[in-house]
Design a protein around this ligand. Structure first.
Ligand code: PCA
Length: 213
């Protein structure tokens, strides 16, 4: 088994993105599973092209993408990607797409195909806060969540994909008050526990992870 793990470069004038920092620190193997790590630009479509090239090159069984969700307090495992780009800020090549479909011929949404509940439960088992998220936003992270699912659904069968949003690092929050953050080594551990759950659960477990609102 091979897992392709992707992280984004810094965006929105930030100098660091914890997603690529965490991805770089992952081991090359988890159990017998090979972990392939790539950096992806925070750019609409180009991000997907880079991931598709890696899918062709490495033939992974799973594509797991990681992105920063500044302000969120826990490791959030995304349930769904939706077929819309609606950018509040420009991407790293100055694109600001507003209300366009990602793939005009694609369905409205794709559920991710990873065992999201098992991932949350395994991360929490080791004392790290985690929850299911029902929206990956409408910027490049949702674009990748939806776009990779569309690629796998239309061109590369029998592969699973999903997305994890992670908080800021403490150093990114120094100029704010009351903004959540998480240490890099805790984030790295959480991703490893999530990967263990992916390896061990072909199908998801049935536990509650829903929200009232
Ligand atoms: N987070 C952004 C894009 C890149 C990243 O790490 C997002 O949530 O869309």
């Amino acid at each position: 088994m091979k897992i392709l793990v992707t992280g984004f470069d810094p965006f929105n004038n930030d100098i660091i993105n914890p997603s690529i920092e965490a991805v770089r620190l992952l081991p090359n193997f988890i159990n017998e599973v090979e972990i392939i790590k790539i950096e992806v630009p925070t750019v609409f479509f180009k991000s997907l092209n880079i991931i598709e090239e890696a899918i062709i090159k490495y033939q992974p069984d799973v594509v797991l993408s990681i992105g920063q969700a500044g302000g969120r307090s826990d490791i959030s495992i995304e349930r769904i990607g939706i077929n819309i780009d609606d950018a509040k800020i420009v991407d790293n090549e100055n694109n600001q797409i507003i209300d366009d479909k990602i793939f005009v011929d694609g369905p409205d949404a794709y559920f991710t195909t990873l065992p999201i509940k098992a991932m949350v439960e395994n991360i929490k088992k080791y004392g790290i806060p985690s929850s299911i998220s029902n929206s990956a936003g409408t910027f490049v992270c949702n674009h990748v969540t939806y776009g990779v699912a569309h690629l796998l659904g239309t061109k590369y069968a029998n592969k699973r994909s999903g997305f994890i949003h992670i908080p800021y690092l403490p150093s990114q929050t120094l100029m704010f008050s009351n903004v959540a953050s998480m240490e890099l080594n805790t984030i790295v551990k959480a991703i490893i526990y999530a990967i263990h759950a992916i390896i061990e659960n072909e199908n998801d477990i049935k536990v509650t992870g829903g929200k009232l609102h």
